[in-house]
Ligand binder design. Structure first.
Ligand code: PEP
Ligand code: MG
Length: 431
């Protein structure tokens, strides 16, 4: 038996032959965007054939975090492990392995004891699925009646079946970047419209929050010709690009408003730091609505507008921002990065990168209080939303919505249904 230890990034136990989906060790940033789509197709194909989903499935196997891969795997409900390092050898391809996407353990040719432990966990997993299926269609309320909206994060229309399969009540974050990352030139209004409409229609009246493009920082697109920056995470990214390039912004907004005629679309702006930015976004929305009116093109006048709260600035002025929009959604990935001054892409920050830090949780509370004072809803769409150990804290803070990977929906629902909101405390906000 060969035992390897990595970092579990997508829960679940599975077994089968090890297969490499990309050259091991290749860096996702160096793979042409179009290849990422074909990579996803290959993963899907393998999933259908029930092959082992060892993290070798993707391209960051030898790296520490593999964040993009982890998000992809969680969205698809595939158990995944990162950070196996050099212990993962190419000659292992084809050998039978058991993997535990929670503990990060990989066992090749397991001995009897190890095999029994894996099988028991696999059995528990089956029982959990059965229980989860029983909850399908039921409301997400705590024992004392507090409602929580449980939505999903998606990265492309192809992820919608996983949302429906897992009974997501809406989409809390549709990252629209895939349209830009997968193309070699700016996607047209028509191309965007088709993608947004497809999701809006498939969700059949359930809320679909579509985030305007969040290019820049770790998501580089060559045809944007962005300047090389020393600190791209703090550079011209996301809403800053949109406000600097009104034509690019207008094209996306037209596509979004047109799609709003086919479902319950909400528009969300990323990386907001100032009230003037939100006002400028709203002016751009109004201009687009006036154009569509003049052209006789249908759209929903009730389309909600929201912002991502993911910078410390947006937390400090949350009271003013809340008066401008219909909802907040907290991007805890970036909020943690900027609050703790810890690069979310860095591999070696270890215990310094702590999303449970009281500063991050207090930021959530400040934003939630401001939202509720202005009578708007607040959700979390960063990875922290799926952290079951924080559910009590989110309930105590008053979070209204959690948007998570489709595969995280059912465990979250189960936990909500056994919680009692009034006994939840804010103790984790203490230092
Ligand atoms: C976040 O920052 O938490 C978030 C949801 O957005 P992204 O991970 O796409 O930056
Ligand atoms: Mg973000």
């Amino acid at each position: 038996m060969i035992l390897l230890q990595g970092k579990g990034v997508s829960k679940g136990v599975t077994s089968g032959p090890i297969c490499f989906f990309q050259r091991p060790g290749s860096d996702i940033a160096k793979i042409p965007a179009a290849d990422i789509e074909s990579e996803k197709a290959r993963i899907r194909e393998a999933q259908e054939k029930s092959m082992a989903q060892l993290e070798t499935l993707a391209d960051k196997a030898r790296e520490e975090t593999g964040e993009d891969t982890a998000i992809l795997a969680r969205t698809m409900g595939i158990p995944a492990i990162c950070g196996l390092g050099d212990s993962l050898k190419e000659e292992y391809a084809g050998r039978t392995a058991y993997i535990d996407g929670e503990t990060g353990k990989v066992a090749m040719d397991p001995d009897e004891l190890t095999l029994t432990a894996f099988k028991q966990k696999e059995q528990k997993q089956v029982e959990m699925r059965t229980l989860m299926d029983e909850m399908r269609g039921k409301e997400d309320v705590t024992l004392d009646g507090r409602k929580m909206m449980v939505y999903c994060n998606i990265g492309s229309p192809d992820d919608v079946p996983a949302v429906l399969q897992n009974d997501g009540q809406g989409i809390g974050l549709f990252r629209s970047e895939f349209l830009y990352l997968a193309a070699s030139d700016y996607p047209t209004e028509e191309e965007q419209f088709k993608a947004y409409k497809k999701v809006a229609e498939a969700m059949n009246g359930k809320r679909v929050v579509i985030r305007t493009l969040d290019i820049g920082a770790d998501k580089q697109v060559s045809y944007f010709n962005l300047q090389k920056e020393e600190n791209p995470a703090m550079g011209v990214r996301a809403i800053r690009i949109c406000l600097n390039r009104p034509e690019v912004f207008r094209t996306q907004l037209r596509a979004l408003y047109r799609a709003s005629a086919y479902g319950k679309v909400a528009i969300m702006f990323p990386m907001i730091t100032s009230v003037w930015e939100v006002r400028e976004c709203k002016r751009a929305c109004q201009a687009v609505m006036a154009e569509l009116d003049a052209e006789g093109i249908p759209y929903s006048k009730d389309t909600e507008i929201g912002i991502m709260v993911e910078t410390p600035a947006s937390v400090f002025i949350a009271d003013a921002l809340a008066k401008e929009v219909d909802f907040f959604s907290v991007g805890t990935n970036d909020l943690t990065q900027y609050t703790l001054a810890c690069d979310r892409q860095a591999n070696d920050l270890g215990k310094f990168f702590d999303p449970h830090h009281p500063a991050v949780l207090r930021a959530l509370k400040i934003a939630a209080d401001a939202a509720h004072k202005a009578d708007i809803w607040i959700g979390i769409c960063g990875e922290l939303g799926a952290d079951l150990s924080l559910l009590d804290t989110f309930l105590a803070i008053g979070i209204d919505e959690l948007s998570v990977s489709p595969s995280s929906v059912l465990p979250l629902r189960a936990k909500i249904r056994e919680s009692t909101a009034k006994t939840c405390t804010l103790e984790l906000l203490e230092c």
